[in-house]
Design a protein around this ligand. Structure first.
Ligand code: FAD
Length: 401
């Protein structure tokens, strides 16, 4: 057939939503839709810290793609993207090539170690389902072997988290609840394990509201989390961070959450990058391209009022999908494209199961259980958008405090 082919790369927030909306906005005769993803499941990137801390089961954090996207309507290709060949409009996959007429790149983020010596080799990353569950397996193993060693080292039960941004803080919040459970499970004195967060900036969560940051810090410190602010990591060794002037902080588990950048497929495909991502047009088209959209964590979308890009979040990735699917339809109909407008619904960071903090509705500040309930509402809303009430009931968060 001569139907134009739309290829969506990545089944994260942006890719799943774009695909879903294309199936609603276009008739099957108008275009063929292909969704390419590494795995046959979509995972909740915003829950990966919970997988890494062992708070939730891996399966709660993932959804089979064919459960929410009709495979009769969308061709589902489970393969890894190697690069995009713009010159001949082909996507190179590990197991073959795919031609496109319209392309949507929504391949998400990659961990950035900023070249810190030893970080890539010695630290774990909260990158995807596989890397996150490996972190929990490793932590549990440290606890399981402790009482079975002739000379157990107390520092083997320390967990070092590099980076005091959103992910690092949400992760130590989960750890603060999991570590006491591991102590009970493995007969370990709860005073031995340590959870240490290391941040180079003068304060954790740079750029976040100061009052909220102070709340988060107090709540986490009360539950045993130690903060090392203004501590620049010079090197990551097998069992330690080297900070500032050569001080070593030892641990049995080291996790780096200190930086992300766009998927490296962007550079392999020859896009012009700013800090690892493509600065897209208001229409979310890649600059000087008329058929390639770049969404989610692969894109910088400029906030014109503040003259800087919007922060990369699931919330904006989902909203990008609306503009992108509308604009693909417009291109197919030779109509003018619309510009992306961000609708900020606020940001809530969890600090464990029953505590959280953040802002909602025009900067109203929320703390504690109210914020925590709001966080669950936000999480469940995505499941609802993706798979309606059935999926929400199956994978949603309803546990009482
Ligand atoms: P993703 O959702 O990451 O999806 C990318 C997809 O591409 C994945 O399915 C991946 O498997 C696939 N993929 C990658 N490479 C390839 C390849 N080569 N071939 C094939 N497929 C590939 N944002 C919020 O708004 N609120 C929050 O509370 C929040 N909490 C967060 C907590 C954590 C622990 C983390 C890590 C992030 C959090 N974020 C939050 C940020 C948010 O998760 C991201 O902004 C969002 O996931 C970006 O969506 P995306 O669609 O661009 O990419």
């Amino acid at each position: 057939t001569n139907k134009p082919r739309i290829v969506v790369l990545g089944a994260g927030y942006a890719g799943m939503m774009t695909t879903k909306q294309l199936t609603k906005k276009l008739s099957p005769e108008e275009a063929e839709i292909v969704l390419v993803n590494k795995h046959n499941y979509h995972y909740q990137t915003t829950w990966l810290h919970e997988v890494a801390a062992g708070t939730i089961n891996t399966n709660q954090a993932r959804v089979m793609i064919s459960d929410v996207i009709n495979p009769n309507r969308v061709r589902l290709v489970y393969d890894s993207v190697v690069k995009v060949n713009k010159d001949n409009q082909k996507v190179v996959l590990e197991n073959g090539d795919l031609d496109y007429d319209y392309l949507v790149i929504a391949l998400g983020f990659e961990t950035n170690t900023f070249g810190i010596k030893g970080m890539k080799e010695n630290a774990f990353f909260i990158q995807d389902v596989d890397s996150s569950r490996q972190i929990y397996e490793h932590i549990e193993y440290q606890f399981a072997k402790y009482n079975n060693e002739e000379n157990p080292k107390e520092e083997s039960l320390a967990i070092l988290v590099g980076g005091g941004g959103f992910t690092g803080i949400e992760f130590v919040g989960e750890l603060a609840e999991q570590v006491p459970k591991l102590c009970r499970k493995y007969d370990i004195d709860p005073n031995i394990p340590r959870i240490i967060n290391v941040e180079a900036a003068p304060s954790i969560m740079p750029g976040f509201d100061e009052e909220l940051v102070a709340y988060a810090k107090k709540s986490l410190e009360e539950r045993g989390v130690e903060f090392r602010e203004g501590a620049k990591i010079a090197e990551c060794k097998e069992d330690a961070f080297v900070v500032n002037e050569g001080e070593q902080i030892k641990a049995g588990t080291i996790v780096w959450t200190g930086g992300v950048t766009g998927n490296s497929i962007l550079s392999k495909s020859g896009f012009e990058l700013t800090k690892g991502k493509v600065t897209v047009e208001d229409t979310l088209l890649a600059p000087s391209e008329d058929n390639i959209f770049i969404l989610g964590d692969c894109a910088w979308v400029m906030n014109k009022e503040e003259d800087r890009p919007y922060p990369p979040t699931a919330q904006s990735a989902i909203q990008h999908a609306g503009t992108c699917s509308t604009n693909i339809k417009a291109l197919l109909h030779n109509e003018p494209l619309e510009s992306f407008i961000f609708d900020n619904k606020g940001t809530v960071a969890s600090l464990g199961k029953s505590d959280a903090m953040g802002t909602v509705f025009d900067d109203k500040k929320l703390y504690g259980k109210t914020a925590s309930s709001m966080k669950k509402v936000i999480d469940n809303r995505w499941l609802f958008l993706l798979g309606g009430p059935k999926l929400t009931l199956k994978k949603g968060k309803f546990r009482p405090f």
